[in-house]
Ligand binder design. Structure first.
Ligand code: F6P
Length: 319
């Protein structure tokens, strides 16, 4: 491997910059030329690549967003787009590509790898919906942001004896809701992976209030329901004043936690070393502290298992 490229694609996540830094510095350490692709697959199709040096990734480990910028690219979902992307990389003599992104980005990486480009995927998404890694880059920061927001909401809710519905991101995955819900002591956590009945939720809230609880927090994953709908229904069923906060894109910004920076640094370096070792079409992850690789093809065709033990623990502790 003489020269590689790196891109970030799909929704950005905190720690993507740390991953780009690790890929660039690790490649340069091994004497490999490295190009940054601007704006994900869209930039690849526009041949928008620039050579990176040690200083191009200086002062970014602590920054949210991605210096390479990102995009959701329709054209790259077509066979012609993918073919053209592979040709552009070949014409530049680039023999490896590191793709940092979520599910959609992985599909693109999988296609490129089938077209003969040596490709490595790094799980960069706040959603934690990529299997074969315990955590994705950005998830820890997003959860911390949600927990911090709930702490603040809790102060005012308990003063007014209100309930609060907090809608969080995660697309089809309930992990942000689950982890933030457990860490903030939420009474109820609604996720797409577990069916729920709002009548039961309302009954539980009424009982809790009758037993002296002065407020309650319901965390709703966006993939389970809209916070606004849950609020309306709960107020209708229980008579309890339930206010909604939709946290939205605040969950995707800000400085990455140390855990996300460390994860990104380890994975970025690992991806480069595996390309050098001749690997291709692999997703890099960390499972129980160990760096692991899994075929991207397997990753995109597997649903991440939901941690029911953790869900039940949150329920048991929330009375
Ligand atoms: O995949 C990350 C994510 O933030 C999801 O949690 C959310 O559903 C989606 O992206 C929002 O996408 P956009 O920023 O394009 O509206």
């Amino acid at each position: 491997v003489k020269s590689i490229a790196v891109l970030t694609s799909g929704g950005d996540s905190q720690g993507m910059n740390a991953a780009v830094r690790a890929v660039v510095r690790s490649a340069l350490f091994h004497g490999i030329k490295v190009y940054g692709v601007q704006r994900g697959y869209q930039g690849l199709l526009n041949d928008d690549l620039r050579e990176m040096d040690l200083r191009s990734v200086g002062d970014i480990i602590q920054r949210g967003g991605t210096i390479l910028q990102t995009a959701r690219c329709k054209e790259f979902t077509t066979a012609e787009g993918q073919q053209r992307g592979a040709e552009i990389l070949r014409s530049r003599g680039i023999d490896g590509l590191v793709v940092i992104g979520g599910d959609g980005s992985y599909h693109g990486a999988n296609k490129l790898s089938k077209l003969g480009i040596k490709t490595m995927g790094l799980p960069g998404t706040i959603d934690n919906d990529i299997p074969f890694t315990d955590f994705t880059i950005g998830f820890d920061t997003a959860v911390s942001i949600v927990v911090d927001a709930i702490n603040k909401i809790r102060d005012t809710m308990s003063s007014h004896e209100r309930s609060s519905i907090v809608e969080v991101m995660g697309r089809h995955c309930g992990d942000i809701a689950l982890h933030a819900g457990l860490a903030s002591g939420a009474e109820t956590i609604l996720v797409p992976e577990v069916s729920f009945d709002l009548n039961e939720v309302a009954e539980r809230m009424k009982t809790n209030f009758a037993n002296g609880k002065r407020h309650s927090i319901i965390v709703v994953a966006e993939g389970a329901a809209r916070g606004e709908d849950v609020s309306q229904k709960i107020t209708e069923l229980s008579g309890i004043d339930a206010r909604v906060t939709v946290l939205g894109h605040i969950q995707r910004g800000g400085t990455p936690t140390a855990a996300d920076r460390i994860l990104a640094s380890k994975l970025g370096d690992f991806a480069v070393r595996q390309l050098i070792a001749g690997e291709s079409g692999k997703s890099c992850g960390v499972i129980k502290g160990e760096l692991v690789m899994t075929d991207i093809d397997t990753v995109v065709n597997t649903k991440k298992p939901f941690d029911m033990d953790m869900y039940n623990l949150a329920l048991r502790l929330s009375q």
